[in-house]
Design a binder for this molecule. Structure first.
Ligand SMILES: Cc1cc2nc3c(=O)[nH]c(=O)nc-3n(C[C@H](O)[C@H](O)[C@H](O)COP(=O)(O)OP(=O)(O)OC[C@H]3O[C@@H](n4cnc5c(N)ncnc54)[C@H](O)[C@@H]3O)c2cc1C
Length: 410
């Protein structure tokens, strides 16, 4: 019987399976699709996040000219951004998986039961797999993880993107646009709709990636609305799509409730609500937090008597220690603000945000700052921003004070 059974073979599953095996544990995997199936999503990340982990070789492309547009602009971000080389990263983890002899089963986890020494997962086809601990990495709608009930509607990040060739360059050569919130190409009535921005990259050789994105909205903004907005944005620049090489429809939840941390299965990745609630990023978090989770699981399984419930408790504690929980509530408060702002205030807020010290906004976006550092950055922002934004933030304190209370008392 394996020490750990990992459910799912996305970025969370493959990275954690490797981290667990590196700790000397015997690991098996169960995935609905073959682990070699190419990951469908395009993953972007700040270069310094991968550099800090010694992993910048896993970048397919990088941009030094990174900007954002709010009402006008551009605002220079002076921070290098990159696209993950999915094939290489996935290949790296599959290579590690082979090296450590991780056995992958094909099937969909449907149910889990727990004994005092091991857990048993049953697949939809009726196959049974046992391990001392089960880790669910099956994504944002996980197979086994239970979440704390929440009444608040789930807000989704939605995006419609095209990789292709255009009649003229949609953006300046060699540039990456993190967010272009300019909306003067939209008729006045449409500007009242929830604001969306475009995320754009010059991929080289005359190919560009342009993606109309709704940061977060409940319910999700429809793909056809995003597609139409992207067309209008490009048309206003006098740009026509000539050839679409790839179309990306992106939809994932931003403020999923936290997992129930008393259950005897651990989660990781989307399954463990690890998406940054105010930005949607998660890849850096996977790479930073996986090794600590693997270490805690390995330590807890050192004793032959450890039950799945005990090992899971150790895992949840390593993944979601108190300070991280507090930051999560603060980010969720931030998300509520971003969703509540009208276009004008959103532009003002984000302009002031990117005028903070780079270490302050970078630490917020990557979730690498401590709680006191984030609070300090938010106080500076509050002091510098416009009165309507301050008013919006104060109204949010009344509307979502429970999130701030949890930041103080989690
Ligand atoms: C289009 C898109 C673009 C994104 N872009 C970025 C980005 O640029 N940067 C960033 O940081 N984040 C991004 N995200 C957010 C997040 O990083 C991704 O959603 C990421 O793929 C989540 O990884 P995961 O491994 O947790 O889940 P997934 O990638 O969803 O993998 C889940 C795995 O579990 C398997 N599975 C599912 N159900 C079962 C089951 N019952 N039994 C067994 N196996 C099962 C699946 O086959 C799959 O292998 C993006 C998300 C989307 C959807």
């Amino acid at each position: 019987m394996a020490d750990v059974l990992v459910i799912g073979s996305g970025p969370a599953g493959l990275s954690l399976a490797t981290a667990l095996a590196q700790r000397g544990l015997t690991v098996e995997g169960l995935s609905a699709i073959a682990p070699q199936t190419p990951w469908p999503n395009t993953y972007g990340i700040w270069v310094d996040e991968l550099e800090a982990l010694g992993m910048s070789e896993f970048l397919a492309q990088r941009w030094q000219d990174t900007v954002a547009y709010m009402g006008d602009g551009p605002i220079g971000l002076n921070r290098e951004y990159g696209l993950v080389d999915q094939e290489r990263l996935q290949g790296h983890w599959l290579g590690q998986s082979d090296r450590y002899g991780i056995k992958w089963h094909l099937g969909k986890a449907a149910k889990v039961t727990h004994g005092s020494k091991w857990s048993e997962v049953t697949t939809e086809a009726g196959e049974k797999l046992s391990a001392r601990l089960v880790v669910d990495t099956s994504g944002h709608n996980p197979a086994l993880i239970q979440r704390v009930p929440q009444e608040k509607p789930i807000a989704f990040q939605a995006a419609y993107g095209i990789v292709g060739r255009f009649s003229a360059p949609p953006i300046e050569s060699g540039r990456m646009v993190l967010m272009d919130y300019r909306d003067d190409h939209l008729p006045a009535a449409e500007r009242r709709l929830p604001p969306t921005f475009s995320y754009e990259m010059d991929l080289g050789d005359g190919v560009y990636f342009v993606e109309e994105t709704s940061l977060a909205h409940a319910p999700a903004i429809r793909f056809d609305t995003l597609e139409q907005r992207l067309e209008r944005r490009l048309a206003a620049r006098g740009v026509k799509l000539l050839e679409a090489q790839h179309v990306e429809r992106c939809l994932f939840p931003m403020n999923m409730p936290l997992p129930d941390m008393t259950q005897a299965v651990v989660g990781f990745g989307g399954a463990a609500s690890m998406v940054h609630p105010a930005t949607g990023y998660m890849q850096g978090a996977l790479l930073r937090r996986g090794p600590d989770l693997a270490k805690a699981i390995a330590q807890s399984l050192q004793s032959a008597n450890t039950s799945p419930a005990e090992a899971a408790r150790a895992g949840w504690q390593a993944l979601w220690p108190d300070e991280r929980l507090r930051k999560h509530y603060l980010y969720t408060f931030g998300l509520e603000n971003l969703m509540a702002f009208k276009t004008e205030e959103l532009h003002q807020f984000l302009t002031t945000f990117f005028e903070l010290e780079q270490s302050q906004w970078a630490g917020f976006l990557a979730d690498t700052s401590s709680l006191p550092e984030i609070v300090q950055a938010m106080l500076v922002l509050f002091g510098r921003t416009s009165n309507p934004v301050r008013w919006g933030l104060m109204s949010s304190v009344f509307a979502h004070g429970n999130l701030l209370r949890r930041t103080l008392t989690a």
